[in-house]
Every structure is written in C-alpha cells, then in structure tokens.
Design a protein around this ligand. Structure first.
Ligand code: ING
Length: 303
C-alpha cells in the first residue's frame, strides 16, 4: 500500500506590524481551503506565521514583545484554524511565538486532521544577537527574545514518521541527522530569512542558493522529504527570502513558489521514496561510523 502524502506548502507574503491576529488567521484559513481544494492531506505554514518578524526591532523590556506571543494554543483568534482543519479534514504545521510559564519560545506545532495538537517543537538553533546593535540596518534579536529548545522529536502521522524544525535549524546538518536517526521521513521547516546578512553582506547574493542548498543536502543525505516554507517579501522594509520548496529524498526540488506573496504549492510525497537512499547509499546501520564522530557531540567549536 503506497504511503503518498499530498503536502501543501502555504507561503506567506509580508505581515505588517499592525496586522491583527484575526486578519492573519483569515489569510491562513484561505490558504488552508486552497490546499484542501488541491487535495492536500497537510498544509505547512511558515515560522512565526501569526505576526510580523518582530526580532527585527529592539525592545528594551521583554513585556514590550509579549503582544507578539501566544499564551494559549488555540486561542479565540487561532481557533478558526483548528475548526477549519477539522471541517476539511486537513492537518497543519504552524510556526508561532509561544509564551508559556514565563518562557518565550520560537515554536511550531503539528495538528492532526481532527484538530488535535500531536506535536510541539521549540527552535533549537537560535540565530542573531542578544543586544541592540544599532549599526545594523535592522536587528535580528531572536537570541534576546527566545529561549532555545533542546530536542528534535518525531511523530507518527500520515502513515509515516514526521519531524519539525524552524528556520536556522535547516542550516545545520545535525538537525536532519538527529531527525533521520529517529526514522524521520518527512520534515516540515518554516522560515523567515532576511536576504541581507549584516555580519557578511557578501552572502546576500547567495541567500537563495544557500536556502535550497541546505534543504536539498539535508533531504538527500538523510533520505527524507523536506518542506521549507517562507514568510517572504518586503516586510516592514526588510526584503525577506521566499522560494518555498518541497524537496524529495533525492534532493530534487519537486515544487517551488514563484512569488513573494501568499502562495500555495502542492506535491505528492511518496514516503517510500526515502528507502531508495536509506536502504542503499545512506544505510546508516551499515555505513555510519559513530565511533569516528565523537567530536560532533563532545566539542562545540573548533579549537
Ligand atoms: N532566520 C535566518 C535563517 O537562518 C539568517 C537567520 C538570516 C541567517 C540571514 C542567514 C542570513 O534563515 C531565522 N529566523 O533563523
């Protein structure tokens, strides 16, 4: 019996700072309905999909940012997403800012077609800086606003094994490998990526190349499907990468967004295609040499 999951990537265009949750949720629900009309079993939304990317600004006091966070999930504002998922029978991945027990996380959830939350992930690799750096055209203060998560998990869904990650996680090979070592066949990764990288502007021209490079490599080297979904376009004056893509275990891009706006793409992801790699070239049990890799977990950086 084939294990084909029809996956929709629901890319978001910009969300203005003043956007209210109901208006944003309406955009997400519209794309959920479009994904369902396209026959999708699951729809993947971006990182921080409910608000503008607020780490681009310096806020001195933490409670200045709390308005960007969700204290309950669902809430009255986000309940329409869960209700629509249940009405249509479609699952979804959603990235959002989570405030729970006084802790601030960059979070994603996996919600089943019956509207139940089956998984939660908190971003492990938190990029950017901790303090105001006025020399920058815009800030990237994720390390000021979010605590880091400390684990990658997988969940049984769609007849297979599904993993979650967020944005900067996609640039680190450990993300995909730790998921793959748990049997992950399909990874959902929402992202918000400014094209301008202040510490090294020479990378700006390569932003699109690096985006697909890391996800294609992660997919191929671990024999998994990777679904990368952007909030892109010029958001509050910051040009953010779009290029959402659905990538096969071969590393091939099978579907890609072509705008910087709200855009839904779909692809049939045959979960059995991963075995073409995990049972041959990347047969971990046969070919990996953990005894030679000790430094990967023993050492943080090069001496
Ligand atoms: N954003 C970025 C990312 O890893 C970044 C951080 C920005 C990296 C610009 C490189 C260049 O895609 C998040 N939110 O992690």
């Amino acid at each position: 019996m084939s294990r084909v999951v029809r996956v929709a990537a629901a890319q978001l265009g910009p969300i203005a700072r003043e956007s209210q949750r109901p208006a944003v949720v309406a955009r997400l629900v519209a794309m959920m309905r479009e994904a369902h009309a396209d026959g999708a079993d699951v729809v993947v939304f971006p990182e921080l999909a409910l608000t503008t990317f607020f780490p681009r600004w310096y806020f001195e006091h933490t409670n200045d940012i709390d308005a960007f966070f969700e204290t309950t999930m669902p809430s009255a504002d986000t309940q329409p997403l869960f209700d629509t998922a249940k009405e249509l029978g479609i699952a979804f991945y959603l990235g959002y800012a989570e405030l729970s027990d006084g802790h601030h996380y960059n979070t994603s959830i996996l919600v089943a077609a019956d509207g139940q939350i089956i998984g939660k992930y908190r971003k492990v690799h938190v990029p950017g800086h901790e303090d105001h750096e006025p020399w920058r055209k815009f800030q990237h203060l994720e390390r000021r606003y979010f605590e880091a998560g400390d684990r990658f998990d997988v969940w049984n869904a769609f007849g297979g094994t599904v993993g979650m990650a967020l944005c900067n996680d996609r640039r680190w090979p450990e993300t995909y490998r730790v998921l793959a070592l748990q049997g992950c066949e399909l990874a959902f990764i929402g992202y918000n990526t400014p094209i301008h990288y202040a510490p090294d502007p020479s990378q700006d021209a390569l932003a699109g190349f690096h985006n697909h490079l890391v996800m294609q490599a992660g997919a191929y080297q671990n024999g998994m499907w990777v679904v990368g979904v952007a909030k892109g376009g010029v958001e509050e004056g910051v040009d953010s990468l779009a290029q959402s893509a659905i990538i096969a275990p071969s590393g091939e891009i099978v579907a890609q967004c072509v705008t910087t706006e709200d855009e839904v793409i779909v692809a049939d992801c045959d979960l059995d295609r991963g075995a073409h790699y995990t049972k041959t070239l990347f047969d971990f049990d046969r070919y990996r040499r953990p005894e030679a890799y000790g430094l990967i977990t023993e050492r943080k950086g090069a001496p």
